[in-house]
Design a binder for this molecule. Structure first.
Ligand SMILES: Nc1ncnc2c1ncn2[C@@H]1O[C@H](COP(=O)(O)OP(=O)(O)O)[C@@H](O)[C@H]1O
Ligand SMILES: [Mg+2]
Length: 423
C-alpha cells in the first residue's frame, strides 16, 4: 500500500485522489482536502503553501509520494522542501514554477526560445506604462506579473480601461508585490484551449486538449471565475493543430527549461489562443487546470500512479498512456453569488443519487462535513463530471446528475461544451 499526500482542497485534488485510489494500491491523505476526499481517505487541516507544515505532515504520515495540486505552494517552493528531505513530490521546483509565478519571466522565456505568443512590453513604472497605452491606439491586455488568483488580467476594450488596469495593479497595488511590474500584451482574437502534458524532466506524455468556461453565466457572459465547467476534447483542436502545439510550443518549452537549468517536472498546462489555425501561448500554468483536470482524470484509463510517480521520480520508464473514454464534460455547481460574496454551511442534498448514475463522478471542491452532513464551504462547490462516447452524451449524463443535486442558491451554467454540442 502506497501512501499519497494530496496538497490542496479543490475538485482538481479530489479528481487526482479518486483516480489514484481507484485503480492502484494507494491510500490518500488530503491536505487539507474536502468532504469528497474525506470519503476516500483521511484529511488533515494544513496550510498548503506552508512548506514546513507540509513536510512535517508528509513525515508524520510516512507519505511515499506528495502530489501538489495548486500553484501557490509550487511557487512557494513546497516541492523543493519535500525533495530536500528525500520525499518524492509531483510538481515543478520553485525555479521551474516561475513559468506560472512570473508572467514576465514566461514571456521573456518564450521570446528567448521563439515560442509563438502575442507581442508584449514590460514596465516597472506606471507612468511609462500609461504613456505606452496612450500611444498605442489598439486593443491591449494588461497583466500583473505575479500570482493574482486569476484576477490580475485586464482585457481592455479601450485605453481608459487599460490605464485603469495599470493604476489598480501598480498604484493601488491590488495584488501587492505581484504588481511591482506589469506586462502589456497585444490582444489576440480566437478560440481558447487548454493543453496538458506531464513531464519527468526529460520526456513528456501529452494528455489531451480541453476547453474551460471562465465566465459566470451562459453565453460566456458575466464576471470571470475560477472556471464554471470544462470538456475534453474540443473540436477546434484538430490533429494538425495538436501537432503544432506539441512541436512548436510544448517541445521547445520543455527543452528550453532544461537548457536554462530549470528542468520541468510535473503537469504543464499551456493556455493557448487558436488564431486562424495557429496556436499562440496566452500563459503557462505549472499544474493541472481546475476544472480541466476533472475531465482528464475521468477520461484516463486505469492507474494514473505510473504517470504521477514517474514524473515525481524523474523517470517515466515504459509508460504508455491509454484513454478510456472518448469524451468527458464537467459542470461546476457554485454557491449563489459566486464569484462575489456567497453563503457557507448550506446543506447539500442528492449527492448519492447523482453519483449512482452511470458514468458520472461528482468531485467535491468547497464542501465540508458538519455533523456527518455535507455542507457548502466555498464558492465552487462541486464538479459534476460525466464521460461518454461523445460530448453530447457526456453532457446529457452530467446535466442529469446536476438535476439530482440540490442546495440553496445552487448556480451553474447550462451551456458547458456548447461549441461541441449539437443542441
Ligand atoms: N493576449 C491576450 N489576448 C486576448 N485575451 C487574453 C490575452 N491574454 C489573456 N487573455 C484573456 O485573459 C484570460 C486570463 O489571462 P491569463 O494570462 O490566462 O491569466 P490568469 O489565468 O493568470 O488570470 C485568458 O484566459 C484570456 O481569456
Ligand atoms: Mg489563465
Amino acid at each position: 500500500m502506497m501512501r499519497v499526500l494530496i496538497v490542496g482542497g479543490g475538485a482538481r485534488e479530489h479528481a487526482l485522489a479518486w483516480r489514484l485510489s481507484k485503480d492502484s494500491e494507494v491510500e490518500v491523505i488530503g491536505a487539507p482536502g474536502n468532504a469528497g476526499i474525506a470519503a476516500i481517505g483521511q484529511t488533515v487541516p494544513v496550510d498548503p503553501s506552508d512548506a514546513e507544515q507540509v513536510v512535517a505532515l508528509a513525515k508524520q504520515e510516512s507519505a511515499d509520494l506528495v502530489v501538489v495540486g495548486p500553484e501557490a505552494p509550487l511557487v512557494a517552493g513546497v516541492v523543493d522542501a519535500l525533495r530536500d528531505q528525500g520525499i518524492d513530490a509531483f510538481g515543478p521546483s520553485r525555479e521551474a514554477a516561475q513559468l506560472e509565478g512570473s508572467k514576465i519571466f514566461s514571456k521573456e522565456f518564450m521570446a528567448r526560445h521563439a515560442i509563438p505568443t502575442a507581442g508584449f512590453a514590460v514596465f516597472d513604472d506606471p507612468d511609462a506604462a500609461t504613456r505606452y497605452i496612450e500611444e498605442a491606439s489598439r486593443p491591449l491586455v494588461v497583466k500583473a506579473d505575479g500570482l493574482a488568483a486569476g484576477k490580475g488580467v485586464i482585457v481592455a476594450s479601450n485605453a481608459a480601461e487599460a490605464i485603469a488596469g495599470v493604476d489598480r495593479i501598480m498604484r493601488e497595488r491590488a495584488f501587492g508585490g505581484a504588481g511591482d511590474r506589469v506586462l502589456i500584451e497585444e490582444c489576440l482574437v480566437g478560440e481558447e484551449v487548454s493543453y496538458h502534458v506531464v513531464s519527468d524532466g526529460k520526456r513528456f506524455i501529452p494528455l489531451a486538449p480541453a476547453q474551460d468556461h471562465k465566465r459566470a453565466f451562459d453565453g460566456d457572459r458575466g464576471p470571470n471565475t475560477g472556471g464554471m465547467g470544462a470538456y475534453s476534447p474540443p473540436p477546434v483542436v484538430t490533429a494538425d493543430i495538436e501537432r503544432k502545439i506539441l512541436d512548436r510550443v510544448v517541445e521547445p518549452t520543455l527543452r528550453g527549461m532544461a537548457f536554462e537549468g530549470r528542468p520541468f517536472r510535473g503537469a504543464l498546462f499551456v493556455g493557448l489562443m487558436i488564431v486562424d489555425g495557429e496556436p499562440l501561448v496566452l500563459e503557462y500554468n505549472t499544474r493541472f487546470g481546475d476544472p480541466e483536470c476533472q475531465t482528464l482524470m475521468t477520461r484516463w484509463k486505469g492507474s494514473v500512479l505510473p504517470l504521477i510517480q514517474g514524473s515525481a521520480q524523474g523517470d517515466f520508464r515504459g509508460l504508455a498512456p491509454e484513454w478510456e473514454a472518448p469524451a468527458s464534460l464537467c459542470v461546476v455547481l457554485a454557491a449563489g453569488g459566486y464569484p462575489g460574496s456567497y453563503e457557507k454551511g448550506t446543506p447539500i442534498h442528492g449527492l448519492d443519487a447523482a453519483s449512482a448514475l452511470p458514468q458520472v463522478t461528482v468531485f467535491h471542491a468547497g464542501t465540508a462535513l458538519h455533523d456527518d452532513a455535507v455542507v457548502t464551504s466555498g464558492g465552487r462547490v462541486l464538479s459534476v463530471t460525466a464521460i461518454g462516447e461523445s460530448i453530447d452524451e457526456a453532457a446529457k449524463r452530467a446535466y442529469e446528475a446536476v438535476e439530482k443535486i440540490d442546495f440553496e442558491g445552487k448556480q451553474f451554467r447550462r451551456d458547458i461544451g456548447w461549441r461541441a454540442r449539437s443542441g
